[in-house]
Design a binder for this molecule. Sequence first.
Ligand code: AMP
Length: 208
Amino acid sequence: MKESIVLFGPPGAGKGTQAELISELTGKPQVSTGDMLRKAVSDKSQLGIEAKKYMDSGLLVPDNIIIDLIKNRLEEKDSVSGVLFDGFPRTIHQAEELDKITEVKVVISLIVPDEEIVERIVGRRMDPKTGDIYHISFNPPPEEISHRLIQRKDDTEETVMQRLTSYHEQTKPLGEWYEKQEKLVPIKGNETIEEVGKAISAAISKFR
Ligand code: AMP
């Protein structure tokens, strides 16, 4: 059976930033439901049109849409030995469905206090050319690319409050669910990118 890794945490915890490192370490492709949904929105597919309503207001997209997306993604060739999930699962129901198609080996949980989340998200910028993520104060981009950086539509202060509420109500209980299964590895997410990366590498090496 496929063996997968889950990167878990609140919005803005640094999951996308750290996913690249974990992919390099493990050879598992990053599967980000947020990125897949944003692609569907920009393609204006039926799924994208449906998902956009939820994303723009900071709500979770319904489980059935997400589960179909993941089932199709896991049939692709590059995922034969498992993948790295970033931003999925986000509900216990999603996790139960996931258990039917892959074995979750370890869940890396990035811990960042709520009071830091808003600042982290509102200052976040993305390079549309490379997908690299920056922060205007904590991880400033090189000057020559700063003109082309974009801000995600849902990275505003108003939307972030709803995203945090969705996280606490629907996603956080999933952390406890994985903790009971002894799969959860908590890692302090409010250190430098390098320090968080080192802690993740150490955690992952134990599971290989
Ligand atoms: P992210 O890029 O992971 O922050 O996701 C952006 C938005 O996409 C979220 O606020 C949700 O609306 C939606 N989304 C992403 N992943 C999921 C998921 N696993 N379940 C439900 N909604 C999701």
